[in-house]
Design a protein around this ligand. Sequence first.
Ligand SMILES: Nc1ncnc2c1ncn2[C@@H]1O[C@H](COP(=O)(O)OP(=O)(O)OP(=O)(O)O)[C@@H](O)[C@H]1O
Ligand SMILES: CC(C)(CO)[C@@H](O)C(=O)[O-]
Ligand code: BAL
Length: 444
Amino acid sequence: MAVRLNALFSPPFLSCLFSPSNPAAFATSMRPTPTTAALIRHALKTTVSTTLPTASSRAVPLVSRPLQSRTTVPRVQTRTMASSCSSTFSSRSGGGLEKLPSSPIRVLRTIPSLRLWRRPHLLDHRSVALVPTMGALHSGHLSLIRQAAKENHHVVVSIYVNPAQFGIAEDLDSYPKTWDSDVAALVKLDRELADDGENLGRISAVFAPTTQEMYPGGFPGQEVDSKGSFVTITPVGELLEGKTRPTFFRGVATVCMKLFNIVQPEKVYFGQKDVQQTVIIKRLVQDFAMPIEVVIGKTERDPVDGLALSSRNVYLGERRRKRATVLYDALKAAEEVYLIKGARRREVILGVANMVVQDVLREEEVKEPDERVRFEVDYLSLADPDTMEEIGVVDPARGGILSGAIKMLPVERPKNGEDLGHSRGPAVRLIDNIILEPELVKKE
Ligand SMILES: Nc1ncnc2c1ncn2[C@@H]1O[C@H](COP(=O)(O)OP(=O)(O)OP(=O)(O)O)[C@@H](O)[C@H]1O
Ligand SMILES: CC(C)(CO)[C@@H](O)C(=O)[O-]
Ligand code: BAL
């Protein structure tokens, strides 16, 4: 595995930012002892230089994209920690006590305000969890927050649509932004959490930064060859989702590294729905020695037909929504041959999934354009749970990950007044997965 980190923070500064696994030791280290004072003075003087990353080794996306559109001028920034920290404790800190309406939940929009909020919890040994989201909250997000509140004193929910993880031809501009209903959902959930004695904590803060705040050196751009400070986790980030979305995991790993550095959570919560993302985040935390536990929450599904909840489902509209379960149906059929028929070979397991998909494609093909649903299969995969590399046979001791992605194409000929979905129903990429659990190793 090759991991490329173009300088984010200098080591001395990192060591003062990350809480170690022993919070008491870290709390002590955060008191203004001569050692920490010296460290901070050193950090403020340290120059962070942003280097030119080499172009991605995989520059040929499967789907051709208009590379010339929205081209940003590559920038190389050199900043000193002193300059970024000097604004840290200025009026930009957003010291006001903005709260979500009728609730104790703080709204923090800047890094300094988050740090000011965070510090006493560190000193008081209160655990802080982070649930990163891009907003447009649904029950999948809420279940992660519930889980986080059970296990931690404070939950921070970040809401930030990170442009760096969207390809230039992807849906950044139309991505659903639903601040008011997100706020209502969080306030309602927080009241539930308060009434339920089972929880250690509640939602304490929403972190909702701007792009200027998250990319203080200037947003590096969304192109494959954008220059800037990026975290890349390869080869896993180049497989599957990374093949079709070559800048996706670079954007995710980079923004998560930033969020983790800003919030300094003890635990972070991610959904199983984005299984490759969970593998990337675990690698990020392990490879950069971050003292963070990664918790994976199960995929929440529509209770009726099992479609995985996803913010992008709002693009589907009624006609495509009915067919959107094809991927889950295919994966479930494949899981069944693994569990019930004991199949272990790739051709058998994925063969079944492929048959389900082909049947649906045939059914749709014969319909009229004002009735039918068109979709393309991006991939169906059977992969190793740690590396996401394709496997030929499932090792029962390790299990595997069945996953897939389909692209629901726009409705060909809409009926009069047909509900086409958010933004008039552009192409929507849906992903899903099922874990093939390892068999329990029999004891003698
Ligand atoms: N159905 C779900 N069940 C559990 N967790 C989920 C579900 N959907 C998303 N999550 C998790 O919520 C977190 C935030 O995801 P995000 O805000 O991108 O929502 P999303 O529904 O995955 O959006 P998108 O449609 O853009 O993929 C991620 O960790 C993601 O895996
Ligand atoms: C983790 C994440 C919030 C980073 O922007 C995003 O990829 C998501 O919502 O899954
Ligand atoms: N849930 C993953 C975020 C994305 O697709 O951009």
